[in-house]
Every structure is written in C-alpha cells, then in structure tokens.
Design a protein around this ligand. Structure first.
Ligand SMILES: Nc1nc2c(ncn2[C@@H]2O[C@H](COP(=O)(O)OP(=O)(O)O)[C@@H](O)[C@H]2O)c(=O)[nH]1
Ligand SMILES: [Mg+2]
Length: 341
C-alpha cells in the first residue's frame, strides 16, 4: 500500500507557527505505525527538536515557557472538571493550552464521566484558537500508557505553552506518567478508598503537586487534605525527583471554581523550581531516553536491547546524545535489524 507521508521539515515549520491543521496532521503521523510513516515521524520530531529544544538549550533565556503537566487520579475524582477550570485560568492569563485526554472511562459508550471537551463546551461558547484537545480514549492499555503519548505531547510542546495529559491513575500508568510529564498533579476526592490505598502504596512518591477536589463537600475534604498533607510533608524525595521541593496540597473545588488560581500557582512554581535547579531539560532528555528504550524493547524485546548494550547503557547513551537521540535511535534500529538478519 502506498503511504502518503508529508514533508517533515515543512510540517515542522507549520507546527511551530501553530497551524491547527498541521498540528492535527503531525499527531496523525505520530499515530501511524506503518514503517514509512514512522521514519517520517522521527524526522518530524528531529526537526521540531532542532528548532526549539536545541535552541532553548543553547540560550536558556530564549526558551519559551512550556510546561508538560500530567493530571492523574482515580476515576470520578474530578480530573476533567478540574482541568476545565485550570484551562479557564491559563487562557485568562494568555497561555495557550493543549490537552491529551487518555481516559477510557471518558468514553461515552463506557458510560463514564463526560469527555473533557464536553465539560469545556459547557463553559465556553465560542471557538478558542489557543486551546487544542485530543482524546486518546483507547490508548490506555493494561500495561500502562501507549508509546504514542510521549511524542504527541512533545509535538504539542512545540506550539502550546501548557500541555496537559489527563489519565486515570492505575498501576503502571502512574509510573508511566512520571516518565512523561515535567510535573505530575494527583487529584483526589474526599474520603476516597482509592486515595487511601494510593497513599499507602509506594506510588505516593510520584506526584509533585496534590489537589484535593470537591472542597465544596465540606469537612470530609478538609480531613482528606490534612491526611494527604501529613503524608506529603513526611514524604521522602523520589530518587529521581523532588529534592528541595515541598509537595503542596491544594484544596480545590472544580465546580465552585475555588482554589484553582492557587493550584495554577503551585504548578507554575514547580516549573520554576525545575528550571532553577536545571532539572527541566535533564528530565525531558531522560523521558525521551525512556521512550526510545520502550520503542526498542517493544520492537525487538529484551534480547534486542541486550544486543545494543542493555537498558542502563542505552539510558546513559540517549541521555548524552539528548538533542540527537532520535538520530542515534534510528541508527541503533538499523544495527539491531542487521544483527537479526
Ligand atoms: N461536588 C463536586 N463535584 C465535582 C467537582 N468536580 C467534579 N465533580 C463531579 O464529579 C464527577 C466526576 O467528574 P469528572 O471531572 O468527570 O472526573 P474524572 O473522572 O476524574 O475526570 C462529575 O459528576 C462531576 O460533576 C467538585 O469540585 N465538587
Ligand atoms: Mg476525566
């Protein structure tokens, strides 16, 4: 079958200009598993990286203020509602926003919560060019988040100020979101068994910011916030994240629009903390490395990974090649393929 692949360079330029149709084509391309499309997708990501990411590295001051945020938590905690409120806050401050909603329970046919788009439509009547929403309802796999999520988020970071991934926090997904986002925000609702379970598990180490939603329900919300606050303040820093960060716990109500501005401030504060401690780019490079290793492992298995040095060595290698890691990855693929033949 003939595959129509766009010119990666030209598409990158249009995406950086923020052209909606180009953003949509780019996301479709990253979602296409055919080999010709994958090659073009790698070229697209490389082109985007060389224009924004690399420049940013060389001149930190010229770097656009972009923030990739993961919003996670149990179903029904109010993630979509809270995100809709945060979007209002960010758009009001003039930031552009893109959302990847990866929530199977949001599928109307699954009878779950409303799609984020529906929640937003309730609040906004006219079309908003500074807001882009893509639902990836089916991409929530048992084994965790699908591999397309990282590159899609990466593409959106090239043209939006705030990129948010909304995902239900269960098992592996929780770990995956921490390997994608700059900042992870955990949303809990009062007196939730899921939350208590979560607090007791080791996964508690992952979020950078906690939001206790449904504050309008009164006492129970305050009690949960106090409980989470106690655990958050005693929480030891995750080896990979968090030294010198104080893990804020925000009491919010998405439906009454209270505490939203404060939550936005804490998210922004975490971004500043990452920038000031030189962790933002380091984290993104590490996340890119983890993604490339997942791709190699999915295609060639652990045996394939071992052929080219194993996980730890690859992690170090991609981390070092950073801006050129995609080129490095393409070469490694060829190397593994040649060894298999
Ligand atoms: N009382 C109250 N209900 C809320 C609040 N935020 C969300 N909800 C409700 O909680 C339910 C789940 O919300 P949703 O945003 O779909 O949750 P998600 O599954 O975490 O995305 C819906 O019925 C919302 O109307 C809140 O701040 N207060
Ligand atoms: Mg939702």
């Amino acid at each position: 079958m003939q595959v129509q692949v766009p010119d990666a360079e030209a598409l990158a330029v249009r995406i950086l200009r923020g052209e909606r149709s180009a953003v949509a084509s780019g996301l479709n391309l990253l979602d296409n598993a055919l080999p010709a499309a994958r090659e073009c997708a790698t070229a697209l990501l490389t082109a985007l990286a060389s224009r924004r990411w690399q420049d940013g590295d060389a001149q930190p001051n010229a770097q656009r203020d972009t923030h990739l945020i993961g919003i996670t938590g149990p179903p029904g905690a109010g993630k979509s509602s809270l995100l809709a409120a945060l979007i209002g806050e960010w758009r009001g401050a003039g930031h552009t926003v893109a959302v990847l909603a990866v929530d199977p329970s949001s599928r109307p046919e699954a009878g779950g919560g409303a799609l984020l788009g529906d929640r937003i439509r309730i609040k906004r009547s006219e079309a908003d060019d500074g807001l882009f929403i893509r639902s990836l309802a089916s991409r929530h796999q048992l084994g965790g988040l699908a591999n397309e999520v990282w590159p899609m988020a990466r593409l959106l970071l090239a043209c939006f100020d705030r990129v948010v991934i909304e995902t239900v926090g269960v098992g592996q997904t929780e770990i995956d979101i921490a390997e994608i986002a700059d900042t992870v925000c955990y949303v809990a609702q009062p007196a939730s068994g899921d939350t208590i379970q979560y607090l007791k598990s080791g996964i508690m180490e992952i979020p950078d910011v906690f939001a206790i939603n449904k504050a309008d329900l009164g006492g129970a919300a305050h009690k949960t916030a106090a409980e989470v606050g106690r655990i958050a303040s005693s929480k030891s820093a995750h080896p990979d994240r968090g030294e010198g960060w104080d893990y804020p716990v925000c009491l919010v109500s998405a439906t009454h629009n209270t505490g939203i501005a404060e939550l936005a401030v804490h998210l922004q504060r975490h971004h500043t903390y990452l920038l000031d401690s030189a962790q933002l780019m380091a984290r993104r490079h590490r996340h890119q490395a983890a993604w490339l290793i997942r791709l190699l492992r999915d295609d060639f298995g652990h045996f394939g990974l071992e052929l080219v040095g194993g996980r730890d060595a690859l992690m170090q290698r991609f981390d070092q090649t950073a801006g050129d890691a995609l080129t490095d990855y393409a070469q490694l693929r060829k190397e593994i393929l040649s060894r298999f033949h």
